[in-house]
Design a protein around this ligand. Structure first.
Ligand code: G1P
Length: 262
């Protein structure tokens, strides 16, 4: 729920999914996460108050939090057993269909076309799971799932191995998975037999390592810029850059930054 300028991160994630043609959102939440369903619920009291006061612009913003054709399902993950376990929690809703995973703390400005929509296009072309990747510094490999892959064409690689958070000396490359995945439903069977891995958690990466022995899995170098909003610096960078692009704020904010003395 951390806001970037005027919207919580989860709202950016939902907008990116909607843009990609996804109309069913499954939120894996946990204890103390009730602000998330509350945010996407219809805000009757607020809407009637804004209507009564004639605040049309604000009313429009409140009403456009989620489009009418999109449904939201909330699943509570009782214990934080890892990303793989969180994804497995969605099995009863997703069933036997391909699906996207969006980790909302990775904010991606797709520069025209959202990262998930770009990945859906690649999934449609290649018919296999697609992971968004970017190159990172060698000393940062222990923060990410790292892939080894063979180039298929510019920006698309077939993954031959994947490992969760390797030490720089053990990393097979510097191609890091960011928080966007399009996965085939076979991943659920594999997650069910995935033991706890790095950090004593059930890792999505470990299930993907099994998946790529059975199906082609692709690494896609997305177009755009990623902000790691799980880090203080990434969060500040996103705030500044989204502030500089915000139609209402950009001029004043730019002037403010230019006047700052360092
Ligand atoms: C998770 C995944 C990791 C991936 C990262 C992207 O890690 O386990 O493979 O590279 O997201 O943000 P986390 O950041 O949750 O530790």
């Amino acid at each position: 729920m951390l806001p970037i300028v005027d919207k919580p991160l989860i709202q950016y994630a939902v907008e990116e999914a909607v843009e990609a043609g996804i109309d069913q959102m499954v939120f894996i939440t946990g204890r103390n996460k009730s602000p998330i369903p509350n945010h996407f619920d219809k805000a009757y009291e607020l809407e009637s108050e804004l209507e009564a006061k004639g605040k049309k612009e604000l009313l429009k913003i409140v009403q456009s939090v989620i489009p009418d054709h999109v449904s939201c399902i909330y699943i509570r993950q009782a214990e934080a057993l890892g990303l793989g376990h969180a994804v497995l929690c969605a099995l009863p809703v997703v069933g036997d269909e391909p699906f996207a995973v969006i980790l909302a703390d990775d904010l991606i400005d797709g520069h025209g076309k959202g990262c998930t929509a770009q990945m859906v296009s690649q999934f449609e072309r290649f018919g296999g799971s697609v992971l968004a990747v970017q190159n990172v510094e060698k000393n940062e490999t222990d923060k990410y799932g790292i892939v080894k892959a063979t180039q298929v064409e510019k920006g698309i690689h077939q993954i031959t191995s994947i490992v969760e958070k390797p030490k720089p000396s053990d990393a097979p490359s510097t191609m890091a998975v960011v928080g966007r995945y399009i996965l085939t439903p076979r991943i659920f069977d594999l997650l069910q037999v995935t033991e706890r891995g790095a950090g004593n958690e059930i890792q999505l990466t470990d299930a993907i390592a099994k998946l790529l022995k059975e199906e082609k899995v692709y690494a896609y170098e997305f177009k755009g810029k990623r902000y790691d909003c799980g880090s203080k610096l990434g969060y500040l960078q996103a705030t500044v850059e989204y502030g500089l692009k915000h139609t209402e704020l950009q001029e004043q904010f730019k002037a403010y930054l230019q006047a700052l003395k360092f």
